[in-house]
Write a protein that binds this ligand. Structure first.
Ligand SMILES: [Zn+2]
Length: 153
């Protein structure tokens, strides 16, 4: 899986169009490439000082993202599906590496349960809360072509 060297930003109309696409599922034939993709995306995320990065942001239209939860471990998810989200919501000021110098206050579920494939191609389930739940929802939005600016009121 080839990714771009730089993070796509909405400053370019072509990039905005790409970022607004619904990304494709990772197929089992591609599971073997996930570990390398994780390493590359982690490096880019750290370089840019972000806490989350979705594949479409690096020019790859695949349902993959990486995030840095508050516990310090890295979470890499392919084909994530939110199976449960709390009715209880939480306001949070978000930023996005693809939308420089902008913050948007969103109101997302405080807790989510997510089924996903890890970088070894194994099925996993995780429950996230608070800031981690917000980051995961932001990144999964990217896979559906949804940018945080959608939530601007
Ligand atoms: Zn983002």
């Amino acid at each position: 899986m080839i990714i771009s060297e730089d993070i796509l930003t909405t400053n370019s109309p072509n990039n905005l169009e790409f970022l607004s696409q619904v990304a494709e599922e990772v197929t089992p034939e591609e599971y073997g490439e996930l570990h390398k993709l994780e390493t590359t995306m982690l490096h880019m995320m750290e370089q840019e000082g972000g806490v989350g990065l979705a594949a479409p942001q690096v020019g790859l239209s695949k349902r993959v993202f990486i995030m840095q939860p508050t516990n310090g471990f890295t979470l890499f998810m392919a084909n994530p599906v939110i199976t449960k989200s709390s009715v209880m919501r939480m306001k949070f000021k978000e930023g996005c590496l693809s939308i420089p110098n902008k913050q948007v206050t969103t109101n997302r579920s405080r807790q989510v349960t997510i089924d996903y494939i890890d970088s070894f191609g194994k099925e996993q389930t995780i429950r996230l809360g608070g800031r981690d739940a917000i980051v995961a929802q932001h990144e999964i939005d990217h896979l559906d072509g949804i940018l945080m600016t959608k939530y601007k009121r």
